[in-house]
Design a protein around this ligand. Structure first.
Ligand code: ATP
Length: 315
């Protein structure tokens, strides 16, 4: 049951010539939710965000932000949100403070409010000491943190994060996850697109799996993983990895016995397993069809570093 609807999308279609990028997307995201929009390259994640932030029009359908139509009440809709775009879009020749100040002006903040918000949000992203630094002197990870401060400083009700950690190393990525969680705890409704599936598993209350412009399923990460079974057995043979799913670790280990393979891993099921089972593709990188393997509850051919308890063996 959704509480107050903050992002509502009805029957959204987008065509770019012959490319039907969005094929009737419907979504309803409630106040305070952290919602992850997952899909392989080209599945339509950025196009959805661009429509929601009035950067492009849908071919068909409607969307509302906190009740404001993104087509008919553009300015009101825009004022509800903060956006961290996929590509770094700061002004390189200006300082951190100047970039944030211009943004505050666009959102009608007074000089005093801007100054206070800049200090508060630079503190928030651990960049208080970089206020006077030129953007061009910052690393990619620090630029992302400036973009997060900028997206939040006018205290938007809705925050769009389009692959906010793309290309960042794992320790910086985790830091950004903590900023995202904090924004949610402070009351924001967040739509996050990512193809780092563990990011969605860690952060999201609910996720939508998107494939070639259509939503395949929407559920909590835990429910999606529970559909698979609790444990996975990856077996390796001639460089191919096949995965089977089981209710218990004992069942997975028993299945590994007495079979021919070059190695195996027993691990906890993760969200990527559910994604691959539903789409036949990996969420990151090139879309690849699933391979079948023998036995087990479900199976698909893929390899990834799962998490949880691992047991390796071989013969
Ligand atoms: N301006 C455009 N002109 C033509 N085709 C476009 C345009 N923008 C997006 N597309 C196409 O629409 C489809 C969806 O693209 P989109 O960028 O929304 O996917 P995505 O899920 O965000 O991908 P990625 O994970 O690679 O960022 C793709 O086939 C893409 O090539």
């Amino acid at each position: 049951m959704i509480n107050q609807s903050m992002i509502k999308i009805s029957n959204l279609h987008k065509r770019f010539g012959k490319v039907h990028a969005l094929r009737g997307v419907n979504l309803d995201i409630g106040q305070g939710e952290l919602f992850a929009y997952l899909g392989p390259n080209g599945s339509g994640k950025t196009t959805t965000i661009r429509i929601l932030t009035s950067l492009t029009n849908p071919t068909e359908g409607e969307a509302f932000l906190n009740g404001y139509s993104v087509l008919k009440q553009r300015l009101d809709a825009k004022m509800q949100c903060g956006v961290v775009a996929q590509h770094i879009n700061l002004d390189n020749e200006l300082t951190v403070e100047e970039n944030l100040s211009i943004h505050g002006m666009l959102f009608g903040m007074s000089k005093k409010d801007r100054a206070m918000a800049i200090d508060e949000f630079l503190e928030y992203v651990d960049l208080a000491d970089r206020k006077k630094t030129l953007i061009k002197q910052l690393s990619g990870g620090l630029k992302r943190r400036v973009m997060i401060a900028r997206a939040l400083m006018h205290r938007p009700k809705i925050v769009f994060l389009d692959e906010p950690t793309v290309g960042l190393d794992p320790s910086i990525r985790r830091k950004i996850w903590s900023f995202i969680k904090k924004a949610q705890n402070d009351g924001a409704t967040i739509l996050l697109t990512t193809h780092y599936i563990e990011e969605a598993e860690f952060l999201a209350d609910r996720v939508a799996f998107l494939d070639t412009g259509s939503i395949i399923t929407i559920d909590s990460p835990q429910n999606l993983m529970d559909r698979m079974g609790a444990w996975a057995l990856d077996t390796m043979n001639n460089g191919d990895i096949s995965t089977e799913y089981f209710k218990s670790r004992e069942q997975a280990e028993a299945s590994a016995q007495g079979r021919q393979y070059s190695g195996f891993t027993v691990r906890r099921v993760n969200l990527e397993d559910a994604f691959i089972a539903l789409t036949g593709k990996k969420a990151i990188g090139e879309a690849a069809p699933a391979k079948s393997s023998h036995g087990g509850a479900h199976s698909s051919g893929h390899g990834h570093g799962g998490h949880g308890s691992h047991q390796k063996g071989g013969r």
